[in-house]
Design a binder for this molecule. Structure first.
Ligand SMILES: NC(=O)c1ccc[n+]([C@@H]2O[C@H](COP(=O)([O-])OP(=O)(O)OC[C@H]3O[C@@H](n4cnc5c(N)ncnc54)[C@H](OP(=O)(O)O)[C@@H]3O)[C@@H](O)[C@H]2O)c1
Length: 342
């Protein structure tokens, strides 16, 4: 293979299209993949003729063949509750580096529990939850916690407005909130079971100020953050306002420009006995942030900057510098404690 090839599974979805277009704009060799041959052909024409590989989830040989042609596979098809296992398994079997957009706690737990050893044996790097929800919190937690000891808890609060959910995001949200077997991390241990939602107020710095939050939300941070931050408690929260917006769940067919209008602040508090520290990102278009975070990860892996195994975003890449690189792409404004930059 002459130059690294990056395969995009779920290329015809909103996230997949952003990922594929960004890779093409950077002059990368892209393989467009998914279940719908017609939609893939149309996308290929739009992108100037990128190669296409159709593969359905119930065809492991076709998925392996896809991964066998690529150096890195970016998995953008969801919900990952349904799509995660076959695509990630194919990547390991074919010895192809892997990056995904999963938010689902159970997928994240499964990939660490099941594919860690196989990934090491194959010498590939797998980075899960490299996206806006889950991934930003994991990176911020890693950057803010750097150098701190005696950490009691890590809270990541997402303030999001203008989020117009795609079909995949809507299905994912419905599955997550209906799940009574949630994963939590309290008293230094992972638990699985029903969690009573509670009212919380998170003190975002101005101009947002204190906001009413859904707490906890079942995001992947509770699985990933304890892997690299020694703490007793991890929690993710989301502004209640996000789902109260009338159009959040009724905008599956809006255009990409409308979707780009979302605004976000993600703030992480790392609490210790003497106070602790905090950091945040603030910007717009969470879809673009998701897509470019996965592209940045894939380009690093294609360039040989990975270690064999399964990792969270902050385990795979130094979190402060990785967030600064995303800031340089114009994705957000980043505020970190001074020590987190190295
Ligand atoms: N954590 C985050 O912040 C974040 C950010 C962005 C996306 N995501 C996740 O990424 C996933 C995609 O999101 P999206 O916004 O791009 O959704 P979308 O626009 O609705 O696209 C969904 C994609 O998944 C494919 N797909 C769905 N079920 C499939 C199946 N059974 N077999 C093969 N392909 C299947 C679809 O294929 P067809 O085109 O053939 O229907 C389409 O390509 C969702 O799970 C979402 O939660 C997470």
């Amino acid at each position: 293979m002459s130059s690294p090839h990056i395969a995009v599974y779920g290329a015809t979805g909103h996230t997949g299209r952003l990922v594929a277009a960004e890779l093409r704009a950077r002059g990368k060799d892209v393989i467009l993949s998914g279940r719908d041959a017609g939609a893939l052909k149309a996308l290929s024409e739009e992108l100037g003729g990128a190669p296409v590989h159709q593969a359905t989830l119930d065809d492991p040989a076709a998925l392996r063949e896809l991964a066998g042609q690529a150096n890195v596979l970016i998995h953008c098809a969801g919900p990952f509750t349904h799509t995660g296992e076959p695509v990630a398994t194919a990547a390991v079997e074919a010895g192809c580096h892997y990056v995904d957009h999963a938010l689902e706690q159970h997928h994240t737990k499964w990939i660490f529990d099941t594919l860690q050893e196989p990934a090491r044996r194959k010498g590939i790097t797998m980075v899960t939850a490299m996206s806006f929800y889950g991934g930003t919190g994991d990176l911020l937690a890693g950057a803010v916690a750097e150098g701190l000891t005696g950490i009691d808890r890590v809270i990541t609060a997402y303030a999001v407005s203008g989020w117009r959910l795609t079909t995949g995001a809507k299905q994912t949200a419905e599955l997550l909130f209906a799940d009574t077997r949630r994963i939590t991390y309290t008293d230094g241990e992972q638990h699985v079971g029903y969690v009573e939602p509670r009212n919380a107020v998170f003190p975002f710095p101005p101009p947002l100020g204190p906001r009413t939050m859904i707490a906890p939300v079942p995001f992947s941070e509770v699985v990933t953050v304890p892997r690299h931050v020694r703490t007793r408690h991890v929690e993710a929260q989301l502004t209640a306002h996000t789902f109260e917006e009338e159009q959040a769940f009724t905008s599956e067919h809006v255009d990409a420009a409308t979707r780009a209008g979302s605004r976000f602040t993600v703030a992480t508090q790392v609490i210790t006995a003497d106070g602790g520290s905090a950091g945040q990102v603030s910007g717009h278009d969470l879809w673009r942030l998701s897509a470019l975070a996965s592209v940045e990860a894939a380009v690093r892996l294609a360039g040989g900057h990975g270690r064999p195994g399964v990792y969270s975003p902050a385990e795979a890449f130094a979190p402060g510098p990785f967030l600064r690189d995303l800031e340089r792409l114009g994705l957000f404004t980043l505020t970190l404690p001074g020590k987190a930059e190295s």
